[in-house]
Design a protein around this ligand. Structure first.
Ligand code: IVH
Length: 694
């Protein structure tokens, strides 16, 4: 940072200490961090490096010497930890991990590879649980590492915290201090935030748009876990019951005969604690690296959030001889995953107009690397989202890429905005345009809807997107109808609505840019073969909101042909298993529109056709009678074939997973359904497994 170079080391150390202390309070006391972990780590590293260079300016109360934040005025009673709850030093890359291994082997005077225990680094809230004579006595948050808050009453409600320890043949010592992490599993986190959003909307309706601070969604599962654990008024017991405690260390009271961390973990498991099943023993550094890679690759399938691996020397006597620094032990290190957050600048806000006329604002960012990829766009969803986060062109923002989801803006860095304003830049609040950026018509936003739309059905943006969608591989699959040609077709006026596509002739097409006789003839030929389609593909091509491939299959399978579907009521459609109200109403609304039915009829008149689907007869005595299936990933033949065979054998094929689903059949590249099935405990079959059932 430029300003850090100008400051004297002493002043910079002071400024950094103050800033880190402020972040500590936001994180530990208010459960509302203002910076990402990576930014926080960066500040701490800068401070540590400066203090190393200038030890004369290091103060005993420096954040490099302490853990967390003192607990004052939080409403909980406080109590000291018998052994301090330390933090962990971080390794940000393989070199830093190698340095850790070399350092401790040098200290221990050993050339041979060391035995480590490698564990997931759970991203929750660290706590200490004290057991006396095998019974839960009390539990504390970490606090400042020496004194924590007594949250025993809340901890007692967490189902995975045993009140009494089980001990088949191996009684626990009289006094036991178990350390571990309270985490909120991802599904519970999503439910918690969904509930808060719904209640927030209800609150806003009743309070003229005002938002209730207590109903804002939590930024991540860690804050949600910490916030849930430290509830003090109007305690939400369900929230406490959805928390989970995972044990990872014994600070006092090793089981008799235990000489290693691994044996301690085993004892914890035997006494009835949850221990992360991913924990492993590793001989030497290479094996630790393999563990890390595997953990990183499998991260998104886990049901709790982790942010790295923790590597611990396995032998307890070696841990003792290595000892601890004031803030962290020498015998362990956190090997962090690459950050999935970064800061960058919003250069512009572009507005895209979708197939349904919805205006989607997209932030154009100064390109930045996050979690291994370069990001230059982030979706802003809608005007409410922009208002809530108060995102303006020119702002410096924190962006986040979680798993494979589209990058999001987490928040604006207001200090940077202030500086830019003072430097004379104008950063005005942003509003979506009142005129459609494509056709210039007025945009509208209906009451109770979050979307701003261009209502003009003839808007070229809508038509272009609809054409692209119709030509897509999952729809009518028109070879040779690329983006550029679609643009030209619409802009030249050759295509004014979807069905015009099938009336195109070679001669007219030849008039387009870079379209010779041959390519024109090819396009006409591919349009001709695209006319022969199937009902599900046709339904997808029509772009009915909420109707994707699975839904189209379900509708086609039930109604057999288009006319009965067009005539069906929402009630009739909703009777199909796996089809909800929203979809049923969307279908009815779509076919209730004269413009849409005209298009359907024109397409049919221009030769678009399909063989009626065979309504399926269910064999209630078949091999799969009473079993429900969900299909995902790429299978060796098209999904409808499998669907038909499963149904012919008496089984049911559903569109989405629930706890009631019996099997998930997963092909190649199964995606998120596989993770969901694992979370829900739904049995997963590969194709061979399905064949065996047949
Ligand atoms: S051992 C003295 N093991 O990470 C060693 N900590 O950033 C103390 N954490 O304070 C901790 N997973 O709250 C340990 N498998 C694990 C962990 C873990 C998460 C937390 C813990 C610690 C923090 C340090």
């Amino acid at each position: 940072m430029a300003d850090s170079e100008l400051e004297s080391p002493e002043r910079r150390i002071k400024a950094l200490s103050a800033e880190i202390q402020r972040h500590n309070a936001a994180y530990y006391q208010n459960d509302r961090p203002e910076v990402s972990d990576a930014e926080y780590d960066g500040l701490l590293r800068e401070l540590r490096a400066l203090e190393e260079q200038h030890p004369e300016f290091q103060r005993p109360e420096s954040p490099t010497q302490r853990v967390g934040a003192p607990v004052v005025g939080t409403g909980f009673a406080t109590a000291p930890h018998k052994t301090p709850m330390l933090s962990l030093d971080n390794a940000m890359d393989a070199d830093e991990l190698r340095a850790f291994d070399q350092r401790i082997r040098r200290m221990l005077g050993r050339d041979d590879p060391l035995d480590y225990v490698a564990e997931p680094k759970l991203d929750g809230s660290g706590v200490e649980l004290v057991y006396r004579d095998g019974r839960f006595s009390h539990g504390l948050t970490r606090g400042d590492g020496r004194v924590g808050e007594d949250v025993s009453a809340n901890l007692r409600e967490i189902p995975s915290i045993p009140e009494r320890l089980s001990h088949p043949g191996n009684p626990p010592p009289e006094f036991l201090s178990v350390r571990g992490e309270v985490v909120l599993p991802l599904e519970a986190f999503q439910n918690l935030n969904a509930g808060r959003r719904t209640r927030q909307e209800a609150f806003q309706k009743l309070n003229a748009g005002r938002r209730a601070p207590g109903l804002e969604p939590f930024a991540n599962p860690r804050n949600a876990a910490a916030g849930s654990l430290r509830q003090i008024h109007d305690i939400d017991h369900n929230r406490l019951r959805s928390l989970e405690f995972r044990a990872y260390a014994l600070a006092e009271g090793a089981p008799p005969g235990s000489t290693t961390q691994w044996e301690n973990l085993e004892a914890l498991g035997n006494w009835g604690f949850l221990v992360s099943p991913e924990c492993r023993t590793c001989r030497g550094l290479e094996s630790v690296m393999d563990f890390y890679e595997e953990l990183l690759a499998g991260r998104s399938a886990l049901d709790v959030e982790i942010d790295g691996a923790v590597i611990k020397v396995n032998r307890l006597d070696l841990q003792d001889s290595l000892g601890s620094l004031s803030r962290s032990p020498r015998w362990a290190i956190a090997y962090k995953f690459p950050p999935e957050q970064a800061r960058t600048r919003v250069e512009e806000i572009d507005v895209q107009v979708g197939r349904t006329g919805a205006l989607t604002p997209v932030a154009k960012l100064e390109p930045v690397r996050v979690g291994g990829v370069t990001v230059s766009n982030a979706t802003l969803h809608n005007q409410d989202e922009i208002n809530r986060k108060d995102i303006r062109i020119g702002d410096t923002v924190v962006i986040q890429r979680a798993g494979d989801v589209i990058p999001q803006i987490v928040r604006v860095l207001l200090k940077e905005r202030e500086e830019r304003l003072q430097a004379g830049h104008r950063l005005k609040p942003y509003s979506l345009p009142e005129a459609c950026p494509i056709c210039g018509g007025s945009t509208i936003r209906l009451d109770g809807e979050s979307v701003t739309r261009c209502p003009n059905l003839d808007c070229p943006a809508q038509l272009k997107n609809n054409l692209r969608h119709l030509a897509g591989r999952g729809a009518l699959d028109v070879d040779g109808l690329g983006e550029k040609i679609v643009d030209q077709l619409v802009e030249s006026g050759l295509v004014g609505r979807l069905s015009d596509l099938f009336a195109l002739e070679v001669e007219a097409l030849q008039g387009l840019e870079r379209m010779g006789e041959k390519s024109a003839a090819n396009l006409v030929a591919s349009l001709a073969s695209a006319r022969e389609t199937s009902l599900p593909r046709f339904l997808i091509a029509m772009g009915i909101p909420h109707v994707g491939s699975t839904m189209a299959e379900l509708l086609a399978g039930e109604f057999g042909d288009l006319d009965p579907l067009m005539a069906a009521s929402a009630g009739e459609i909703e009777k199909i298993e796996g089809v909800g109200t929203v979809i049923a109403e969307s279908v009815v609304r779509f076919f209730g529109d004269d413009g849409n039915t005209d298009e359907v009829n024109r397409l049919r008149a221009l030769g678009v056709r399909w063989a009626p689907a065979q309504p399926v007869k269910i064999d209630s005595s078949g091999a799969l009678a009473g079993l429900s299936f969900v299909l995902t990933g790429t299978l060796s033949s098209p999904r409808p074939d499998f669907k038909r065979r499963i149904e012919a054998a008496g089984g049911k094929v559903l569109g989405s997973l629930s706890q009631k689903t019996r099997f998930l059949v997963a092909g190649e590249n199964p995606g998120s359904k596989l993770q969901k099935a694992q979370r829900l405990g739904v049995e997963v079959l590969d194709e061979a497994g399905l064949e065996a059932l047949f």
